[in-house]
Design a protein around this ligand. Structure first.
Ligand SMILES: [Cu+2]
Length: 137
């Protein structure tokens, strides 16, 4: 009986040790969502980021393009700016509502959305303009 307990404890220790020694690639901070966004001429990939309201998000902007690009948001205010071939990182806390991001140099072409699910995403192009607007319960 005692031996069984000891075995269980030592196995648990091994598991914990293995988990701890494995933390080299990327800090194991659970409550930061890490997202890499690639910028090219002229688009973001991905153009849609899903997160929770009030979540800490770390965006790594990787400029795969040949000119300067930025990852800029207004709600909250944050901006990463990267020259061609460079990487820039920002960290921010998402707002309670969806936010859009854009490249400050090419705001018309380079846009994206941070979808926190509140309000529900409004997909364009469904062709139901001026409808009843029911939720379809
Ligand atoms: Cu740009």
């Amino acid at each position: 009986m005692v031996k069984l307990v000891l075995l269980a404890v030592s196995m648990a220790y091994v598991l914990v040790a293995a988990a701890c020694s494995d933390g080299d690639e990327g800090d194991a901070i659970d409550d930061v969502r890490e997202i890499t966004v690639a910028a090219t001429e002229f688009a973001f990939e991905p153009a849609k980021i899903n997160a929770f309201p009030g979540e800490s998000v770390r965006v790594t902007l990787r400029n795969d393009g040949e000119t300067q690009h930025s990852f800029t948001i207004r709600n909250p205010e944050a901006e990463a700016d990267a020259a061609s071939g460079d990487v820039a990182m920002i960290e921010f806390t998402t707002a309670d509502t969806d936010a859009s991001f854009f490249c400050i140099y090419h705001p018309e072409q380079m846009k994206g959305t941070i979808n926190v699910g509140n309000p529900a995403p409004t997909e364009t192009g469904s062709g139901t303009s001026g409808g009843g607007g029911g939720y379809g319960y």
